[in-house]
Design a protein around this ligand. Structure first.
Ligand code: MG
Length: 259
């Protein structure tokens, strides 16, 4: 069941969970460098979120131990932060995190380069971010979920990349995962109609090679089947009468994405 939010609830989300989730993600990005462990990033995230009046939304969710998911190189999503995972020059790391503020759950992700990365990885990051914005642009009242997925898939496959199928975006609200699912693939003019009041997380997960995935023995970590790198970018948005409104963003950027 899709839970529609009032304009006031969307505003509350934006001002609290939206801003803090974006802020902590940016601050984590500033701390991504060679020699840093993913556990250090996780501890920073938890402290930062709590200091600013939030609660880490990921910690304990379905039993996940961290405040961030930290997924390096061929790891797609759900990497558990560890003192044994030390970032190296040339890695890419997807950080997925969120803060819960006043009962609203924030969710966003970004893939950061560690120092200088190969042209191949740089291109993957550029295209995956482009996928995110293409999906957001398509998230307008009257469009359907298939239009969002199609927009993402077109950019990714146009570059020869694989679109992960098993993990998708989702509705967000008082809990992290609400209806509907928001796939990163689809056909135009199909699926659920987007209507004002929906809050959804759009999160393309794009692989250089095959779209196929594998879950590791810890039951969490998802990697590419062929071991090639993967990237992941996510923002939570609201569907408004005027178009998509970014919610997980900082105040200077808090405006609808209009052409
Ligand atoms: Mg999400």
């Amino acid at each position: 069941m899709i839970i529609y939010k009032t304009p006031q609830q969307i505003e509350e989300y934006a001002q609290g969970a939206g801003v803090l989730s974006a802020r902590v993600l940016r601050e984590i990005g500033a701390r991504v460098k060679p020699g840093v462990s993913t556990l250090e990033l996780d501890q920073f995230a938890e402290t930062f979120i709590r200091l600013h009046g939030g609660v880490p939304g990921f910690k304990g969710l379905y039993g996940f131990p961290g405040s961030i998911c930290a997924s390096v190189n061929e790891q797609i999503v759900h990497g558990i932060p560890s003192k044994n995972v030390i970032l190296k020059e040339g890695d890419i790391i997807s950080v997925d995190t969120g803060a819960t503020v006043n009962g609203w759950v924030g969710d966003n992700a970004w893939t950061f380069p560690v120092g200088k990365v190969s042209p191949e990885k740089k291109h993957l990051l550029e295209i995956t971010e482009k996928c995110l914005w293409a999906g957001i642009e398509a998230a307008r009242p009257g469009n359907r979920l298939g239009d969002v997925g199609h927009a993402i898939q077109e950019v990714a496959e146009g570059a020869g990349y694989g679109v992960v199928r098993e993990y998708v975006g989702h509705g967000v609200g008082r809990v992290m995962h609400e209806d509907p699912n928001v796939p990163n693939y689809g056909r135009k003019h199909t699926g659920i109609e987007l209507k004002p009041g929906m809050i959804i997380a759009i999160e393309p997960m794009i692989n250089i090679g095959t779209h196929r995935t594998k879950t590791m023995d810890d039951g969490w970590l998802v990697v590419t089947r062929d071991g090639k790198p993967s990237a992941h970018f996510e923002k939570t948005i609201a569907i408004t009468e005027d178009g998509p409104r970014l919610l997980t963003c900082e105040p200077d950027f808090m405006r609808p994405v209009n052409k």
